[in-house]
Ligand binder design. Structure first.
Ligand SMILES: Cc1cc2nc3c(=O)[nH]c(=O)nc-3n(C[C@H](O)[C@H](O)[C@H](O)COP(=O)(O)OP(=O)(O)OC[C@H]3O[C@@H](n4cnc5c(N)ncnc54)[C@H](O)[C@@H]3O)c2cc1C
Length: 431
């Protein structure tokens, strides 16, 4: 049994003040445990990076009814799936009458900063502008963190470093991030007025649009675009598979620039002031390559643990960061109360996740591989979809073409191999 030492500076130390780390700290503080969050950014939120859509169920679980006080942007009621050629797009555009607050666009910096305030009010301590450089490990048990020459001990450490958990990697607790585990994301934030966002997206009352798209915007390679409307700005970006990207040698900067200029996409941000631009890794590994999630005196949550699912039409990392942070915080609080922070006790964390993120990841374990090995998805099919629409809506005085002929003409262009059909069935199953 690994026990709690009275001499420790804190009962728990959390590495990283992003959504995962702060959610864990909030739960620990609520349970009356002494907890410190170490964040290397000048403030919590200063270094976080996301596309911008949060599924709110886990925020509700964390905060109860107070989730409504969080600085969210627009409630998403309109979903657009776009298939693009170099100059055109075919959109499937759906507006829901009652989105029921299930998802909002967000700007991560104010959201994370606000959550840090809630943590402090609940009793957690936060040191911003400090980097954890290593772990204190005694007899194989994690007993605190090092920040340069300084050593801070604790009964338990929660790692929430984000996608590249170097501290845990150096300690040999997680393996090195591999290229096939990650995609690369680029994001622009364009400032407009609230009225202009409403006008361009034909909306009002702080309702918002989420658009995901695929095709020529990623040069026909595995990846896609995202666009989210905020109150008075628009987040626009790309996520591309790092493996196929490297193989083809395209410039990501130029591809992002081309996206911005794309006639069917650029119109939404034209004339907006570019107020933010950045790139970041996105986790794309799968449930079979996740690290060990707990050990003697430690737990790992959020991106650091690899909890992110990109299904092409949804990207989910923030909700899992919060949900795994809650599970880590609650497991840690119970272990501290019992005076036992051994791996056996902390294994309850994994058991909890098995009903959530781990089950979700297991269901889509084949999706990444399928998308990566089905290039038609990002070239042939978008071109066919746009072509079908063009044929149906072109009236130029020539002989009328019945819809059935237009459809048959398009179907004839679909690759006819049995393997294509089987691959599509396999793909739908994997999603
Ligand atoms: C382009 C892009 C688009 C995305 N779109 C979406 C989306 O629309 N919806 C969605 O749900 N998810 C999306 N994601 C994923 C989502 O952003 C992440 O899954 C989520 O932010 C992870 O939160 P986290 O708290 O685990 O990690 P992070 O937000 O990365 O937080 C980790 C924190 O740890 C700190 N830190 C790191 N190392 C140390 C250290 N040694 N010492 C002290 N502090 C340290 C960092 O400064 C950082 O603040 C997207 C990601 C990208 C890159």
């Amino acid at each position: 049994m690994t026990t709690v030492d009275e001499e420790d500076a804190f009962e728990a130390i959390v590495i990283g003040g992003g959504l995962a780390g702060l959610s864990a700290a909030y739960r620990l503080a609520q349970a009356g445990r002494s907890v410190l969050v170490v964040e290397r950014g000048a403030s919590c939120g200063a270094k976080t990076f996301t596309g911008g859509r949060l599924y709110t169920y886990s925020l509700r679980e964390l905060l109860g009814e107070r989730w409504r006080e969080a600085p969210l942007q627009r409630e998403i009621d309109r979903e657009v799936i776009s298939m693009l050629t170099d100059t055109e797009a075919m959109n499937v555009d759906t507006t829901f009458a009652d989105p029921a607050g299930r998802s909002y666009s967000v700007l991560s910096t104010p959201l994370v900063a606000w959550l840090a305030e809630q943590c402090e009010q609940a009793g957690a301590e936060i040191i911003p502008g400090a980097t954890v450089t290593g772990l204190v490990i005694r007899d194989g048990v994690v007993r605190g963190v090092r920040m340069g020459d300084e050593e801070l001990t604790s009964a338990l450490v929660i790692d929430a470093e984000g996608i590249n958990p170097l501290v845990f990697e150096r300690a040999g607790l997680v393996r090195r991030l591999a290229r096939e585990d990650v995609a690369v994301g680029v994001k622009y934030l364009f400032k407009l007025t609230e009225e202009e966002v409403d006008r361009r997206f034909t909306t009002s009352d702080r309702r918002g649009t989420a658009m995901l798209g695929m095709g020529a915007v990623t040069k026909g390679l595995f990846g896609g675009l995202f666009l989210y409307t905020n109150i008075d700005s628009v987040s626009l970006g790309l996520v591309v598979d790092s493996d196929s990207w490297r193989e083809h040698g395209h410039s990501l900067v130029q591809t992002a620039e081309d996206l911005r200029q794309h006639p069917a996409v650029g119109r939404y941000v034209a004339g907006g002031e570019l107020v933010e631009y950045g790139a970041h890794l996105v986790y794309e590994g799968n449930v079979d390559t996740l690290p060990q999630l707990f050990g003697d005196g430690w737990l790992i949550a959020g991106d650091a643990a690899g909890f992110c699912i990109n299904r092409g039409f949804t990207i989910r990392g923030m909700d899992y960061a919060i949900a795994s942070g809650i599970a880590a915080g609650e497991t840690a609080a119970a272990a501290l109360a019992a005076g036992d922070v051994s791996a056996t006790r902390l294994s309850a964390y994994k058991a909890r996740l098995e009903g959530g993120v781990l089950a979700d990841m297991a269901k889509v374990r084949g999706a990444h591989h399928w998308m990566a090995h089905t290039p038609d998805l990002f070239s042939t099919y978008p071109a066919l979809a746009v072509g079908l629409m063009r044929d149906m809506f072109t009236v130029d005085g020539g002989p009328l073409v019945p819809v059935r002929s237009t459809l048959t003409g398009t179907v004839k262009k679909v690759p006819k191999k049995l393997s294509t059909a089987l691959n599509l069935v396999k793909g739908v199953r994997s999603l």
